[in-house]
Write a protein that binds this ligand. Structure first.
Ligand code: ZN
Length: 94
């Protein structure tokens, strides 16, 4: 699976970019989803299964945002992480 530079979700274009040393505030993170900019950011140093899993994790956040699915941050993380585990098994080819 190749990470696209753009993805369409419910007709809205989301940019996908790779960033060296990606941070959320002061913390280094592997991925980020920005609903205002409609942008998914992925740490540029990620490879293999971790890269695919991180992209799918942030993509799932973006999909829930576009579907107006509202839940607590903690519950959303559990659901998004579970979906990403399954999709990574489906789409990642070592
Ligand atoms: Zn998350």
């Amino acid at each position: 699976m190749k990470i696209p530079s753009k993805v369409q979700i419910k007709g809205k274009t989301w940019k996908v970019r790779k960033v060296k040393g990606l941070r959320n505030g002061h913390d280094f993170v592997m991925g980020l989803m920005d609903p205002v900019a409609r942008q998914i950011s992925i740490d540029a140093d990620l490879k293999g299964r971790t890269l695919i899993h991180t992209y799918l994790h942030e993509l799932n956040h973006a999909i829930l945002f576009e579907l107006y699915v509202l839940m607590s941050v903690q519950v959303e993380e559990i659901i998004v992480e579970g979906m990403s585990d399954v999709y990574t098994d489906l789409f990642f080819v070592p």
